[in-house]
Design a binder for this molecule. Structure first.
Ligand code: ATP
Length: 160
């Protein structure tokens, strides 16, 4: 994968708008100025989509997307106030096909295949990102995409 400078503020704003229109779900995005990360735009979009889609499936209220830049890193945090997960499940959800008991979801039906987060982890690995999940059962879940920040704000080929 050829990594490039990606403005995660624009990426998150565009993605949340598309998501809102497609699913008629409230998704707030606290975007202000550009934040440049080193990543791959289309893979990062796919990754964000998987995490937004999980937030949508396992919660009912508004989803929040928060952007932060801090030192050498920047973060995209996807926060839901849904059913959450138990700690023992959190350790397994990145495994292929792993699903927490599907009967606990709102619809009670098997939504998906249990592949989303394992794919998310592969995408993250391919673009030099990390994913951190924190969750409390009955309270909600936060998924955080951690990316290296692009130090140079000017256009150019230097990605260091
Ligand atoms: P799909 O393959 O369509 O993504 P899936 O959502 O079941 O299906 P994963 O995205 O891999 O698969 O998620 C694995 C399991 O982790 C889910 O079945 C669900 O139980 C749990 N999970 C993931 N995200 C959340 C969330 N935001 N809140 C609560 N549980 C979640």
């Amino acid at each position: 994968v050829q990594l490039e400078r990606v403005d995660i503020t624009k990426l998150a704003t565009d993605s949340t708008r598309a998501f809102r229109e497609a699913y008629h779900r409230e998704v707030r995005c606290d975007a202000s100025g550009p934040i440049w990360a080193i990543s791959d735009e289309s893979k990062l979009k796919q990754l964000l989509f998987i995490l937004l889609d999980n937030a949508r499936k396992y919660s009912e209220d508004a989803i929040e997307v928060k952007l932060e830049s801090q030192g050498e890193q920047c973060r995209i945090r996807i926060v839901d106030t849904g059913i959450g997960m138990r700690q023992e499940d959190l350790e397994k959800v990145f495994d292929r096909f792993y699903q927490v008991d599907v009967s606990r979801t709102r619809s009670g039906s098997a939504s998906g295949s249990g592949l989303g987060l394992s794919l998310a982890k592969e995408l993250a690995g391919a673009v030099g990102a990390q994913i951190e999940l924190t969750s409390t059962e009955g309270v909600g879940t936060e998924a955080c995409i951690i990316l290296p920040r692009s130090k140079s704000d000017s256009r150019g080929n230097s990605l260091s």
